[in-house]
Design a protein around this ligand. Structure first.
Ligand code: TTP
Ligand code: MG
Length: 418
């Protein structure tokens, strides 16, 4: 593979590994052996509220700026100059004042921050529509395929867009680039402010072994403290202990950390910006009382969800049924399969099993069905699973007929007589 280095400021390709740009002499150069194969990015604006305040009032550019106070008497955020005084988000304002009496304290202007967030989104959307914004100043981008569109490797494309954001919006952004969302997010956090960090497949073991346990999503403050008391600070420390022993002492939540170490964690496997659930629901003109009508609806819903899941290439383990009664009370019932599916037959069968148990509560004015808890492997991937293979073949055949004649052209036999 061709080794690539480039400059974040003039975007020129430079000699591999050079610490300064061969052309503009900027020290902001990027090099990584795997850079051409990494396309999941996480971006997060640096000290967002404070950056917007500085952009709107350049006179305070070089001052410690603290935003917060008007709502709960705590710091919302502060610029990196103020952070050097030890000020952090959620710190009481009086404490921040003690640490840095000369700082400029400003009340938050949420509408303005939303406006700037909108500008940010517009520029990022020009790069790819495959974006998942997770907060006002932060999002994941799936840049696979953008090279054909923009003629640049994903790393350069995102660097270029961030330069444009700096120029037009006048705020800075940190970038993490990797091959899944978890590592991309950890990379951007690591690079703040105005950084660009890359974690490739070859770096993963090393990176994870140094990862603080508290940084893992799902490991709360209490568990982190308990682990610290036992001298366990990083995933590397965990891997040196006996798994059985740690489960006995800390409970099953510790398995989350082992999944990461053994690279079984869905956040390490899940590379794209897939949906969390696929659902559909309908409110009926007249509430449904007949089992036959409810099942007909469920079949249509299962087909719709299955088509959608197949398009997204996702396989859900949990099927959830929602039923709203005439008195507006809503029941939700779910079941979880041992392996994920996107087959209409399996979704339908699971949904009817759930429905059967609640039929005595009919009539229903609304029925909803959803597929969630996605995993990557399809239920029919195992060649030993003959039943699933049979189902897959059956479903492929019915898919073809449905494509030709429409969604309602094929019903499972049982619908015809019950
Ligand atoms: P963050 O991205 O968490 O923080 P940040 O952008 O200020 O700083 P960083 O460089 O570390 O990313 O949050 C985005 C905005 O959300 C932040 O500017 C202010 C607001 N916020 C709060 O109001 N309260 C909080 O406790 C946090 C963490 C953020
Ligand atoms: Mg931020």
């Amino acid at each position: 593979m061709e080794k690539i280095s480039f400059c974040r400021d003039c975007l020129a390709d430079i000699e591999y590994g050079h610490k300064r740009c061969d052309f503009c002499r900027s020290p902001r150069t990027i090099h990584h052996r795997e850079i051409q194969n990494l396309s999941i990015a996480h971006i997060d604006c640096d000290s967002f509220f404070a950056a917007v305040e500085k952009r709107d009032n350049p006179e305070i550019q070089n001052q410690p700026v603290i935003v917060g106070g008007s709502e709960r008497g705590v710091v919302s955020t502060c610029c990196y100059i103020a952070r050097a005084y030890g000020i952090t988000s959620a710190m009481p304002i009086f404490k921040a004042k003690n640490l840095c009496p000369n700082a400029i304290f400003l009340p938050p202007r949420h509408e303005r921050y939303q406006e700037v967030s909108g500008e940010l989104r517009t520029l990022l959307n020009k790069l790819t529509p495959k974006i998942h914004f997770v907060s006002i100043d932060e999002g994941y981008l799936d840049l696979s395929g953008t090279q054909t569109l923009h003629g640049l490797i994903p790393a350069k494309s995102i660097a270029k867009t961030i330069l444009e954001i700096e120029k037009k919006i006048k705020i800075t952004v940190s970038i993490g680039l990797s091959y899944n969302k978890l590592l991309a997010k950890l990379a951007s956090t690591n690079s703040k402010p105005r950084g660009f960090s890359v974690i490739g497949r070859e770096d993963t073991d090393e990176f994870l072994s140094h990862l603080p346990v508290g940084k893992v999503n799902g490991v709360g403050r209490k568990l982190t403290q308990k682990l610290h008391q036992e001298g366990i600070f990083t995933l590397g420390d965990i891997s040196r202990k006996s798994k059985k022993d740690l489960i006995l002492r800390f409970g099953e939540s510790i398995l989350l950390l082992y999944d990461l170490i053994e690279k079984k964690s869905s956040s390490l496997i899940d590379i794209g910006l897939k949906k969390k659930s696929i659902s559909t629901e309908s409110t009926f003109k007249e509430s449904l009382t007949e089992r036959k009508d409810m099942k007909k609806f469920l079949w249509r819903a299962a087909v719709k969800i299955s088509d959608n899941a197949k398009n997204e290439k996702v396989y859900g383990k949990t099927i959830q049924l929602k039923l709203k009664k005439d008195n507006f009370k809503t029941l939700t019932r779910s079941l979880t399969l041992s392996i994920g599916t996107n087959l209409a037959n399996q979704i339908y069968t699971s949904a009817t099993l759930l429905l059967e148990k609640e039929l005595n509560q009919a009539p229903f004015r609304l029925i909803g069905l959803s597929l969630e808890n996605f995993e990557q492997l399809p239920a029919y991937s195992s060649s030993s699973d003959l039943f699933s293979n049979h189902n897959k073949k059956l479903e492929d055949a019915t898919d073809k007929i449905r494509k030709k004649y429409g969604h309602t052209s094929i019903f499972p036999g049982l619908l015809m007589n019950k």
